[in-house]
Design a protein around this ligand. Structure first.
Ligand code: FES
Length: 259
C-alpha cells in the first residue's frame, strides 16, 4: 500500500459506461493503493475547491481506475477530462478491506460482497485482491435501482469472477425485484463486506447481526477535507466518534451506531 501523495496526474482513458457513469483511468507510478482506499480527485483545471472522494475500482499496474457518477460540478468536470489531460489527486486515503478480512473467520464458508449502486466499485477491487490471495470463494450481491448492464458486466468479468452473482433491482428490470437484503442469507457466509447507502448498510449489518455473521462496511459519509482535519465526516461508533475519511471508510459494522 503506498503512502499518501498529491499532485497532478495524467488521465490515461475516460469513457462513459452508462448514462451518468464513467470509468476514469489515471496514471499511477507509485505503490498500488489498497482495496477499499480512495482518492480525492478533481479536474486539473477545476473550478471547485475540494476534490471528490472516489474509491479505487481497479489497479492495472500502471493506472488506477475509478467508476464515477456525474452528480455535481466536480464530477461533471472529471467526466469531461480527456486522455493526456491532468487531474489533481490526493491519496490513497483511508484504511481498506484487508485488515478486516485478515481478522474475519476462515471457516470454509464463502464470503459475500454486497453492494448498492456504485458501491460495487471498492468491492470490485477487493475481489481482485481476494483472487491474488487465493482466498475463499466469494458471492457478489449487487443491488441497483434499475438494470445496469455495464456494471453487472464488469462484476461478471472480474479476472476471477464470483461463484455466484446475485443482482437485484428496485424495478425488477434485472435479476430479482427488490433489494439485496431481501435475498441474502447471512448465515451462509464466513463474513460479509458491504458498500452502499447508509440505509442499505444498516439493513445488511442488521441481517448479519441476527445470524452472528461478521460484517464490515465501507461508509459513504459526506466528506470535505478528506484527510481527517475538518471532522465533517463523523461516523458514530460504540467507542466514540470516528472520522470516516481517516479512521475509515471501512468499519466493523458491529461497532457502528446507525442513526
Ligand atoms: S472529511 Fe474532513 S475529517 Fe473527514
Amino acid at each position: 500500500m503506498s503512502g499518501k501523495q498529491s499532485g497532478l496526474y495524467t488521465v490515461v482513458a475516460n469513457k462513459p459506461i452508462g448514462d451518468d457513469i464513467f470509468r476514469l483511468a489515471v496514471a499511477w507510478k507509485n505503490a498500488p493503493p489498497g482495496a477499499g482506499q480512495f482518492f480525492l480527485i478533481k479536474s486539473g483545471r477545476s473550478s471547485v475547491f475540494l476534490g471528490r472522494p472516489i474509491s479505487v475500482a481497479h489497479y492495472d499496474g500502471s493506472a488506477v481506475h475509478f467508476l464515477i457518477m456525474k452528480i455535481g460540478t466536480g464530477t461533471k468536470e472529471l467526466a469531461e477530462t480527456r486522455a493526456g489531460e491532468t487531474v489533481f489527486m490526493i491519496g490513497p486515503l483511508g484504511n481498506g478491506w484487508s485488515d478486516f478480512f485478515d481478522r474475519a473467520p476462515q471457516n470454509g464458508k464463502p464470503i459475500a460482497l454486497v453492494s448498492g449502486g456504485l458501491g460495487c466499485a471498492p468491492l470490485l477491487y477487493f475481489a481482485e485482491e481476494l483472487a491474488v490471495r487465493s482466498s475463499p470463494s466469494f458471492h457478489f450481491y449487487a443491488g441497483f435501482s434499475t438494470a445496469s448492464p455495464e456494471l453487472t458486466g464488469t462484476i461478471a468479468s472480474l479476472p476471477i469472477p464470483p461463484q455466484k452473482l446475485i443482482v437485484t433491482t428496485d424495478d425488477g428490470s434485472d435479476g430479482e425485484k427488490g433489494v439485496v437484503t431481501d435475498v441474502i442469507n447471512a448465515e451462509a457466509y464466513a463474513a460479509v463486506f458491504s458498500c452502499g447507502t447508509t440505509a442499505m448498510l444498516k439493513a445488511v449489518a442488521a441481517a448479519c447481526a441476527k445470524k452472528g455473521t461478521p460484517c464490515f462496511i465501507s461508509a459513504e459519509n459526506h466528506m470535505a477535507c478528506g484527510v481527517g482535519a475538518c471532522l465533517g465526516c463523523v461516523v458514530k461508533t460504540v467507542s466514540g466518534n470516528k472520522r470516516c475519511c481517516a479512521d475509515g471508510p471501512v468499519f466493523n459494522a458491529r461497532e457502528v451506531i446507525f442513526a
